[in-house]
Design a protein around this ligand. Structure first.
Ligand code: ADP
Length: 621
């Protein structure tokens, strides 16, 4: 019984056979058609060869023994041996073919999925529950693989064995075979009923196991373990756990018994069928000697060869549907549109100078960029495009200049800056780098030209060296150190026991917020982009850290075009132009002094957000 996720089985039952998915899944096998043909040919060969031994036995009984022909006896024995060897060899090759086709196909599918997910818009990731996505990428791909190598192979194999066996039986003696065929439903019906029962039990068991797992995951997490300790509830915890584990155990017993009941029932039906074959066959032999004893024995043997495959085929329909569900879910992800792609004939941005220009940019967040089944319950309303987030933005940022974006939270500062590296495309208007519409440039070359330093710097679970090299795999160790020095992080790294080989990230060495940010700044420095986007929230840093981060940032901005979402007055004062955004519009634009003098929104912001006293002090510089 294939162990597929139980939800899939239900889903498979509830819907009809989906031809489109089946056809598409089949089309995936194109590169392996040669091997598939060989696979089916081998199955036929194995089935035919397996049908030979009962005939040899009949021969022994009817010819060799009555004639006392010792030579023939030995020859027939050798024949049986040969059959055994052929069947073993064929089954090995068959297995190799099935697993290599299955694994290679899944490798291909998995890689395609991974690549595809990376090309999805960032909106997909903001909406998707990571857990469900990873489950989809793992379980459904594995489900699809099982479907191919296990289910499909098994169904084909069993169908062919049953057909060949029945054909040989009919050729031998049709009356006895008819009796056997009349008994077929007796194999199929109990297997189906008990099969369902077993699936229900397995589903219940898996649900309980999942519950147990999530309890453990939660309790064994540092915070959970701490809570249990602090409230001293170990006994109650254990009691609850024991309760669940006990139910799992009870289900295990019921599963074992039900499985055995099926086995016993099928065994009984098998015995009944064999007995009937001998009974009817015996009667025929007594009445009309045209059928020989050996033939009856051979038929009895064939019946036993029939019932294994028949029992397995009883669930074939559900198995196949379940397999298709896995494929369908994989296809669902593969079919998600890539919102942002290289246009045909997109050009490389070569040696960017970093002149950025927003031309009458209007923007709203696009609707439904995800899969409902991968999103949390909150996402239901997310199918309409948002209201206008940016309205008619015109802004010129000359190469090498620094523009500070200020405004209330939600004014659209992050959104505006995310249009430059094409995390999103404008709804109308254009964003240009060095005069080229970013949509006419290749995504890779735009990504190379733009560096982003954000508030929550993310580092992969890997060494510091690897994290830095992520920006430029070809960087030499000297370049790494130079970047780290410039980012004011080298001394910290060098003092670590493993230096640049220290593993950081979620479960690695805990760098402080400021240190992490400096590593991410070093990463941007290595990348050496012409344009830097900076979300310079330093609020959560202590003074010492903030001083270092600021020094590192100053280094980063030097000689580059920068778009800074400004949270500190010093940045604003140093900016060539300050742009004040409000509800997606530019409401003011100018230098610090100009804007203060104007006494508008900026002057108000400077007083409340940056602190009035500091503003005057900085103003006097
Ligand atoms: P700021 O950076 O000025 O705080 P943002 O650019 O982050 O402002 O947000 C501007 C507006 O866009 C806000 O109203 C916010 O709710 C909305 N917004 C931000 N991100 C998304 C998103 N992924 N989907 C829909 N709306 C968004």
């Amino acid at each position: 019984m294939p162990l597929l996720p139980m939800g899939d089985v239900d889903e498979a039952r509830s819907r009809g056979f989906d031809r489109t998915t089946a056809r598409r899944a089949w089309s995936l096998t194109r590169p392996w058609r040669g091997r598939l043909t060989a696979f089916v040919a081998l199955i036929v060969l194995a089935a035919v060869v397996s049908a030979v031994p009962p005939l040899l036995i009949a021969w022994i009984i009817d010819e060799a023994i009555p004639a006392a022909d010792r030579g023939l006896l030995v020859t027939l024995f050798a024949g049986m041996l040969l059959v055994g060897v052929i069947v073993a060899a064929v089954s090995m090759i068959e297995r190799w073919l099935a697993s290599s086709i299955g694994e290679e196909l899944i490798l291909d599918l998995r890689t395609r999925l991974y690549r595809h997910v990376h090309t999805l818009p960032i909106a997909f990731f903001t909406r998707t529950q990571t857990g469900s996505l990873i489950t989809r990428l793992n379980n459904d791909v594995i489900g699809a693989q099982r479907a191919l190598t296990g289910t499909l192979g098994g169904v084909v194999d069993n169908l062919i064995s049953v057909t060949v066996t029945l054909a040989v039986m009919f050729a031998l003696e049709w009356r006895v075979t008819l009796v056997a065929v009349a008994l077929l439903p007796l194999f199929v019906v109990p297997a189906r009923i008990v099969g369902r029962r077993l699936q229900a039990l397995a589903r219940e068991g898996m649900g309980l196991n999942a519950e147990m797992n999530s309890v453990m995951t939660e309790r064994f997490h540092v915070a959970g373990a701490l809570l249990v300790k602090l409230f001293g509830n170990v006994d109650r915890e254990v009691a609850g756990f024991h309760d669940r584990a006990e139910r799992v155990a009870a289900i295990g017993v019921r599963q074992a018994l039900t499985g055995r009941a099926l086995f016993a029932a099928l065994g009984f039906v098998g015995t009944l069928a064999t007995g009937l074959v001998y009974l009817v066959g015996g009667l025929i032999v007594i009445d009309s000697p045209e059928i020989e004893v050996g033939t009856v024995v051979a038929l009895g043997l064939y019946v036993t060869q029939l019932y294994g495959p028949l029992a397995q085929l009883s669930n074939a329909r559900v198995d196949l549907m379940t397999a298709l569900v896995s494929f369908e879910r994989v296809f669902e992800v593969l079919d998600l549109p890539r919102a942002i792609e290289d246009r045909d004939g997109a050009r490389e941005l070569v040696e960017p100078r970093g002149h950025v220009r927003f031309e009458d940019v209007w923007f709203r967040y696009p609707a439904g960029s995800g899969l409902a089944s991968l999103e949390g319950p909150r996402a239901e309303h997310g199918d309409d495009a948002s209201a206008w987030i940016l309205s008619g933005i015109d802004l010129d940022v000359p190469a090498g200049s620094m523009v500070a974006l200020v405004g209330r939270s939600g004014a659209g500062k992050s959104t505006l800056s995310s249009l430059v590296p094409r995390l999103y495309d404008v709804t109308s208007g254009a964003v240009r780098i060095d005069g080229h519409d970013v949509r006419d440039l290749t995504l890779t070359s735009v990504a190379e030209a733009v560096g982003i330093v954000s508030q929550d710097a993310h580092l992969f679970h890997d060494t510091i060296r690897a994290n830095l090299r992520y920006a430029r795999p070809s960087a030499t160790d000297e370049e790494l150190v130079a970047a780290a020095r410039a980012a004011r992080i080298h001394d910290v790294v060098a003092a670590l026991p493993d230096g640049y080989d220290t593993v950081v990230g979620e479960r690695g060495y805990r760098l402080s917020g400021g240190e992490k940010q400096r590593v991410s700044i070093a990463r941007v420095l290595l990348k050496d982009p012409a344009i830097v986007i900076l979300d310079e929230a330093t609020a959560h840093l202590d003074t010492e850290s903030e001083r270092l981060v600021q020094a590192a940032l100053a280094e980063t901005l030097r000689g580059r075009t920068s778009l800074v979402i400004a949270h500190r007055l010093s940045t604003v004062v140093d900016a060539d132009v300050i742009v004040v955004l409000d509800a997606g519009r530019i409401v003011e634009q100018g230098t610090h002094t100009e804007l203060l003098r104007a006494g508008g929104v900026y002057a108000e912001l400077a007083r409340t957000q940056f602190g009035g006293g500091e503003a005057t002090a900085a103003d006097r510089r």
